[in-house]
Design a protein around this ligand. Structure first.
Ligand SMILES: [Zn+2]
Length: 574
């Protein structure tokens, strides 16, 4: 039975190295291919041989990646099918861990190869830099520590996911409680907020213990790899070659000085509209005019059709890409029983085609999500002709420029979903959301810089560092009488993906620049955007930004005019 929402899709190019018939879930069939690659690298006689070898290796990588994606998609579309779950877990537990050491050997062999210097330099500089960093960080003795790290991360997720509260006679997960923060009745909002906060507080000691074990492990991992602190190790690991911790500090300062005044203005407007003495944490998500939620569509097919209308107006080529995805059934958007929560875009890397998964229920958030994921999908389509698998995806900082720009560019045509006044409301909510996320990004990032540059700190010192950041980036929210020192426990990234968060801020600044360019010259901005997507991961981050018509810079100089534009735009809505 085919559990995938789409039909069989052939590879974009016929296989040349990987056999036509192979079970990619069977390690005994994959292992010989790695062996073959290993034995074939040394005998390469010319740079052309070596390039061909790289493409064979690439083909295997893409085939395995697509196998993993297919199993993941099948599982998330059928959470009630235990075979689908087993098939995915089998791959994660038995194929990936065995593939990694083999992959590492190939990387070493490639870097050592005498002909590598004969390869076109510009073509391979990024690939070489990434491969070198990966090999340099690898330490045998870190493998068990990384397994332990993964175990602790899973413990965090399990603990977070298991928390429930009793609300109005029913048991609710904390995620299910979020919608009550949008209730017009303030007492209900307060009750919901306090229930969730108190439930987390009950587990505070456990969260702290997990986190402290994680920090200790990470410090050891960094030390083993020859680094004096985990921050510097994490910057290498995350391939941050083109910006430094100082750039991150400049981002924090820019948020503090350029964005916080606007954040405060938005908060005070909200406070006045809600007619409150002070804004409390449970007053931040409700519509300030007590209007019912926007209803952009009823069913997924309307979501597809109306999104198509947006892309048709935006750009012929992008529109054709979206239409093709729909024709090939690469859009699975409707919420239904048996689907995993959330939304994502995944790429079938052999077919070189994107797939979008969502749980659309007919709210404005779904419109933002489809535009966002479509941006990722356009990125995948734009790199179809790149044969080196490693270059078919960009660094995350730039992937999110592709998706966040599409939210902004697509929103210009949001009348496809709404009559006039509601379209304005949707655009306003989106822009306000952008302003509000920056201070949170700065908080989460600055906190982690503090953590990993203060080895041996105490729990009390950590809490103090956190509350100071809340004072700096929280704006005018009244927290009196509430426990705030542990509020970071809910931010998964701090536990599971250390340092991974500022990427969203960097990308949002890129997206705002693309949008700002499009206000001056629509055709040119779109052409630059599309061209930058075709580069995939083949160029360093600053060049990808430049190709899209923006600057990789997160200081005040860049932030100031962008925020001025957002302010101007919001003022239009009155
Ligand atoms: Zn994204």
């Amino acid at each position: 039975m085919n559990l995938l929402p789409f039909d069989e899709l052939p590879p974009h190019k016929p296989r040349r190295f990987v056999p036509q018939r192979i079970d990619l879930g069977d390690w005994t069939q994959i292992e010989p291919l790695l062996g073959l690659l290993e034995s074939r690298v040394a005998p390469c006689k010319t740079p052309a041989d070596l390039e061909r070898w790289l493409l064979d290796w690439s083909e295997l990588g893409a085939a395995l990646d697509e196998e993993s994606s297919r199993r993941y998609i099948a599982m998330t579309c059928h959470t009630d099918n235990s075979d689908a779950e087993k098939a995915y877990l089998h791959f994660v537990e038995n194929i990936e861990p065995q593939f990694k050491p083999g992959q590492f050997k190939l990387e070493q062999a490639y870097l050592r190869h005498p002909l590598r210097d004969g390869l076109p330099r510009r073509r391979y500089e990024v690939f070489d830099r990434n491969t070198r960093a990966h090999v340099e960080l690898y330490r045998e003795e870190n493998v068990p520590l990384e397994t332990e790290e993964a175990r602790l991360c899973q413990q965090y997720q399990k603990l977070s996911g298991s928390l429930t509260v009793q609300f109005r006679g029913a048991e609710k997960t904390l995620a299910q409680m979020a919608r009550y923060l949008e209730e017009p009745d303030r007492a209900v909002r307060r009750e919901a907020w306090e229930l969730v906060a108190n439930r987390r507080l009950q587990e505070a000691a456990k969260f702290e213990e997990i986190f402290e074990s994680l920090v200790r492990l990470r410090e050891q991992i960094a030390k083993n790899a020859g680094f004096t602190n985990y921050r510097d190790y994490a910057f290498r690991l995350n391939r941050r070659f083109d910006y430094t911790p100082d750039d991150c500090f400049r981002f924090h300062d820019a948020v503090e000085h350029e964005i916080m005044p606007m954040m405060r203005a938005l908060q005070s407007a909200r406070r006045r509209q809600l007619d409150l003495e002070s804004l409390r944490p449970w007053d931040l998500a409700v519509d300030p005019l007590n209007r019912p939620p926007l209803r952009p569509f009823e069913k997924g097919d309307q979501l597809v059709a109306r999104s198509q209308t947006i892309f048709d107006q935006l750009d012929k080529e992008l529109a054709a890409g979206f239409r093709k995805m729909n024709d090939l059934r690469l859009l699975d958007l409707d919420n239904r029983k048996g689907k995993a929560p959330g939304g994502y875009q995944s790429t079938l890397n052999e077919a070189r085609l994107p797939f979008i998964f969502m749980n659309a229920v007919g709210v404005q958030r779904d419109v933002e999500t489809i535009l966002h994921e479509a941006g990722h999908a356009f990125h995948a389509l734009a790199t179809r002709n790149e044969d080196l698998f490693a270059y078919r995806h960009a660094p995350i900082e730039f992937c999110e420029v592709a998706s966040m720009s599409m939210e902004l560019l697509g929103n210009e045509f949001i009348e496809a979903f709404y009559p006039g006044a509601d379209a304005e409301r949707a655009r306003r909510e989106h822009l306000e959301g952008i302003v509000k996320i920056f201070p949170w990004i700065a908080t989460v990032d600055a906190f982690q810089h503090w953590i990993y540059s203060h080895p041996g700190h105490t729990r009390g010192e950590r809490q103090k560092a956190w509350t100071e950041l809340m004072d700096r980036f929280g704006g005018d929210v009244d927290w009196s009488g509430l426990e705030t020192a542990n509020l970071w426990h809910r931010q998964l990234h701090i536990f599971i993906h250390p340092f991974y968060y500022i990427e969203y801020g960097i990308a949002q600044l890129g997206a705002l620049q693309v949008w700002s360019n499009s206000r001056r010259d629509k055709a040119r901005a779109l052409a630059d955007y599309k061209h930058s997507l075709t580069l995939g991961g083949s160029r360093p981050l600053p060049e990808l930004f430049a190709a899209a018509g923006c600057r990789l810079d997160f200081g005040a100089k860049t932030v100031k005019p962008l925020i001025a534009l957002v302010r101007q735009e919001l003022a239009k809505f009155g």
